[in-house]
Design a protein around this ligand. Structure first.
Ligand code: FES
Length: 574
């Protein structure tokens, strides 16, 4: 039996806490205590501080992660809160994923970061943790890791960027990156102006300034109850964000004697609440994959049918880019997640609890003094009566596909068109702007081999409009792939087609000139080719060769398709 260190605090249940727990076993536990204490003294912390309970602070700074640029200030503020509440802060690093600096795609490494997070929480002597993340894959990875480790944990996000200015117009990464690039491709913005814009899109520390994946995941973390209320949307540069960090540190200390575990917070009901919030904010398609993976760690599954029910019952209330007009700084000033949840109250499970032990009913009991209705609409005056995202099924996607109807062109919702097929990403970049490409505005662009196995599922689903059509004024077309799409992008785009083409999904059978039908009304995506012919064509599909070594081999062996959240099969919960 492990005896607590002399002078080390113990829980009420008598188990050691702080540095006295989880000792390295050399066969002599007293020696293990002694050795750990000796080495802990070399941190320069006083003996009395080393004898207190410990809050681990999972920090993710990286030169390759601009979205986490203020990490040192956040770590300091969390530490301040931990100290003020009577425990010892122990910051430690995990890998960090900076969205645009990773090849082939950050998505490939989300599960690696989740494993790093889970294992380090479990292996080190922490009584509770504060997880600090922000950029797209980091918050999902941290919540996945925390859900599996099931140690009391609080998510703190780095917060969104503030907007820049260009010739009188507000700009924010990265919806405006895409709209300006589309204008440049169409020839309405010249090389000189696009260079000016490049320096004005991402002007502060923090995550993308719109309701992209990072912001959507921050809002989801707050809705699940894993972040403190009111903290998801505080801009990165505000002093308020440091206060949120300090409060998160204090709240983590409170969890030590009154432990509330992620398994009590992330439940079927809180996951359904989070899906509702996702619909109401017109959030990112990527959040479906990430929330599925987080829920999957606790053995929770939300089928496509239920997703569509939630979407059809939940109005879009938030008017932010890429779906609407505002930016995250407007959303925060307008009332943030709390204001949206108050509007959705009749649809929510109010008996879920958050990391402070309060029910959602208690959290939402007090009405907000003011809500800016320019950005957060009332329930009975929605932007759209139905939710932003739906799942499609059909002969082209037997296991489903995702469609962001809030960001699509309604005139294209019921489209039957001729397929123009790109076999992979290289083929797409080689031919899409070829003046000789046989493509018309009412065709359907199809990209194969961009799913989890083939390519790590990059955000390539926002296929560019072929240059000759863009220059002729075409702004949107139906586009279909097994890829993902950036949360900051928009268009009539069918994503996450499952199974992916590389493992023999029907997408692999599509050929130039085939007819495809998209029906948003019926929530279907169909390849109008004889089923026997589809089977024939698929007989020749070969899975790409597996990498022989390292993380790539593990990934190839274990990654699930999009309906499984692209998690690893050995990490999901029962
Ligand atoms: Fe980090 Fe967009 S690049 S959130």
């Amino acid at each position: 039996m492990i005896r607590p260190l002399k002078g080390t605090e113990t829980r009420m249940d008598g188990k050691p806490k702080g540095l006295g727990k989880g000792l390295t076993n050399y066969g002599d536990m007293d020696f293990a205590h002694f050795l750990r204490r000796s080495f802990a003294r070399s941190t320069g912390m006083s003996k009395s501080l080393l004898e207190k309970p410990v809050v681990g602070i999972v920090m993710t700074p990286s030169g390759f992660n601009n979205c986490h640029r203020y990490m040192p200030a956040l770590v300091e503020a969390v530490s301040r809160g931990v100290l003020a509440a009577g425990a010892t802060p122990m910051p430690f690093p995990t890998i960090s994923l900076g969205e645009v600096f990773l090849s082939p795609t950050s998505m490939k490494f989300r599960n690696l970061m989740s494993m790093d997070t889970e294992e380090m929480i479990l292996a080190q002597p922490v009584d509770a943790v504060v997880l600090i993340g922000g950029c797209d894959k980091t918050v999902p990875a941290q919540l996945m890791g925390a859900a599996s480790a099931d140690v009391p944990a609080i998510q703190l996000v780095t917060g969104p960027m503030s907007t820049g200015r260009h010739r009188g117009q507000r700009l924010g990464a990265c919806t405006d990156c895409r709209s300006f690039w589309a204008k440049y491709r169409a020839g309405t913005v010249n090389a000189e102006e696009i260079e000016e814009v490049e320096g004005r899109l991402a002007v502060t520390a923090g995550t993308c300034a719109v309701m992209g994946t990072a912001s959507t995941m921050a809002c989801i973390a707050e809705t699940l109850g894993m972040s403190l209320p009111g903290t998801a949307a505080i801009p990165a540069v505000l002093a308020e964000r440091l206060v949120a960090a300090e409060e998160s540190g204090k709240a983590a200390v409170a969890l030590i004697d009154r432990p509330i575990k992620p398994s009590q917070v992330i439940t079927g009901k809180s996951v359904e609440n989070a899906f509702r919030l996702l619909m109401a904010v017109g959030g990112s398609t990527n959040a479906i994959v990430h929330l599925t993976a987080i829920a999957g760690r606790r053995g929770i599954r939300i089928p496509n049918r239920r997703l569509n029910e939630i979407s059809d019952e939940t109005p879009v209330l938030v008017d932010l880019k890429p779906v609407g007009e505002g930016y995250m700084e407007d959303f925060h000033a307008a009332g943030g997640v709390g204001a949206v949840l108050r509007e959705l109250k009749p649809l929510l499970h109010l008996d879920t609890i958050d990391i402070e032990g309060r029910t959602l009913a208690e959290r939402l009991a007090e009405p907000l003094k003011w809500v800016d209705r320019n950005f957060i609409r009332a329930f009975d005056n929605p932007i759209s009566k139905v939710g932003g995202l739906i799942a499609l099924e059909g002969t082209l996607a037997p296991d489903g596909a995702i469609f962001k109807r809030a960001a699509a062109t309604p005139a294209l919702f019921e489209t039957t068109g001729r397929a123009v097929v790109f076999e992979n990403l290289e083929d797409l970049s080689r031919r899409v702007d070829d003046p000789a490409l046989d493509v018309k505005a009412d065709d359907i662009l199809v990209l194969k081999n961009a799913g989890p196995i083939a390519a790590g599922m990059p955000e390539a689903g926002y296929l560019p409009i072929p240059k000759k059509l863009a220059q002729a004024g075409v702004k949107d077309m139906v586009r279909i792939s097994d890829a993902r799409m950036s949360g900051t992008a928009f268009g009539t785009i069918v994503l996450h087609v499952s199974p992916e083409s590389a493992v023999g999904g029907p997408l692999a059978a599509v050929r130039d000139g085939d007819t495809i039908r998209l029906s948003v009304k019926d929530k279907r995506i169909d390849l109008l080719v004889d089923p026997a012919e589809i089977r024939n064509r698929l007989a020749g599909v070969k899975r790409p060769p597996a990498p022989r070594r390292g993380y790539g081999a593990l990934y190839d062996r274990s990654v699930l398709q999009a309906p499984g959240g692209c998690d690893f099969d050995f990490l999901t919960g029962d």
